[in-house]
Design a protein around this ligand. Structure first.
Ligand SMILES: [Zn+2]
Length: 187
């Protein structure tokens, strides 16, 4: 890793950077699932490039196929826990198909315990979750979330000093739904 000067000024870069694989929306992408050193990210098995490819094309996080084409032109989000998604909520978990969501809830004990399903009118690409590096020392700074990552918007000047591990979208037009109703209705 090195200091790099590109469009928009100075930032982080790889010595042997491949612009297609290593950069997206101006953000430098993490090459391995976990980063070494201080501020170590706990990525919980989420592979940085695969998550990006999935989210970039709004593919289903269960089966990997595209989620376009619902008759109501919306997207289904499934998250563990009981808290409803807020309008404009930031999320790094990709959408799911109705049938894949039903299957995930059946087989994943974590989701079976509690989950919230939400129909989303518009997911917007907002920024990344990643490790932010100190401009002077080039050491990673501690993250502000439990996975050790910081959420940085595409407009934030710190994006140039971030190694991104996940694409973050904001969710707009959120309607909570009961998964059973959805699967029965076959929307
Ligand atoms: Zn699916």
């Amino acid at each position: 890793m090195k200091r790099h000067r590109g469009r928009g000024g100075e930032g982080l870069g790889y010595r042997d950077e491949d612009p297609r694989a290593d950069r997206w929306h101006g953000a430098l992408w993490m090459r391995v699932p976990t980063a070494r050193g201080k501020g170590r990210a706990r990525l919980g098995g989420v592979h940085a490039l695969r998550q990006r490819q999935c989210m970039q094309h709004l593919r289903c996080q269960i089966c990997g196929e595209e989620t376009f084409g619902r008759s109501d032109e919306r997207y289904l989000w499934l998250v563990a826990g009981s808290e409803l998604l807020r309008e404009g909520e930031e999320s790094w978990s990709p959408p799911v198909h109705d049938s894949c969501a039903a299957e995930a809830v059946r087989y994943c004990p974590h989701l079976r315990k509690s989950h919230v399903a939400t129909l989303v009118d518009t997911p917007r690409f907002w920024g990344v979750a990643g490790l932010v590096y100190d401009l002077q020392t080039l050491e990673p700074l501690p993250g502000d979330s439990e996975d050790g990552l910081m959420h940085i918007s595409f407009a934030d000047p710190l994006l140039r000093w971030t190694i991104a591990a996940r694409v973050v979208v904001t969710l707009h037009g959120c309607t909570p739904v009961d998964l059973d109703d959805l699967v029965v209705a076959g929307v």
